[in-house]
Design a protein around this ligand. Sequence first.
Ligand code: SF4
Length: 324
Amino acid sequence: MVESRSQGEPLVNVSIGTAAVLGLAEVWMAAAPTTAYLMLGGRCLMNCTFCAQARESQASALNLSRVTWPEYPLELVVQRLSEAAARGDVRRACLQVTVTRTSFERSMAVLRAVKAASGVPFDVAILPHDLEQVGQLVEAGADHIGFGLDAACERVFRQVKGGDWTRSLSLIEETARAFPRRAALHLIVGLGETEREMVERIQWAHDLGIVVGLFAFTPLRGTHLYGHPPPSLASYRRIQAARWLIVHDQARVEEMDFDGEDHLACLQGTLPPGGDPFETSGCPDCNRPFYNEQPGGPLYNYPRPLTVGEADQALQEMEIKTKC
Ligand code: SF4
């Protein structure tokens, strides 16, 4: 059952922005989350070099990326979440799950509790053991299973995550085939992959009908990769634009030009004027405010629609031609 702080009451972590929307905390927010972000934390059995929750991480166990996730009684969170969903303040919920001996059972308990109280679409970002576990989550009402593959290619996967690349890919592929449109894939830009490797991975996911959520590598104090720089804004903008063209079937990676260092050199296809490609990507209504950046910017993922000026600037920031 979900760990308890005292008196046996089950607890769950809630991102500080979500806690504010649910009325559990008072914090000023430049942009509010439109998805309620919950977490089953606790030191992970995995040891991903960029992650605050990793086995050897010295970062706070209440952190995921640069965000704090205080703990609250699960029952109270479920009640507040269903009220916020009824008000329309949140349009989705997502549970981040670190790998522990009981994480699957605990995730099922949270999923069932939320689904019993609210019809809000609920995603679970977890490392399932096999397709059987994926099936149990979908049957219990999970809308998407979020796979933290994070690395775009095997070379980087081995360096930053460890584990079995081939087995990870095949479980994601099996899920996409067995449960169409229920898989989401997290990819982190800036872990050492080339732009071509990232765009090829995005194309692979799109061809399988998998939702792609892009994250910008964020150096975190206390993790092994703290000294590693975040991706350049130009590179991140190019990847965002390529993702948008691919998922809107405007272009394929095979039609894009790359230079000698596998940087995107030219994007075939028409980008929309309004800046949509530069908003947070992933499941519908997943906006992850300031998950990878300071509110003061620069913003890798815009958690809200861009202004006309921001949209123009984001296109300039790509530093490439859009007519090949
Ligand atoms: S894309 Fe967003 S809502 Fe979907 S699984 Fe990932 S974090 Fe959750």
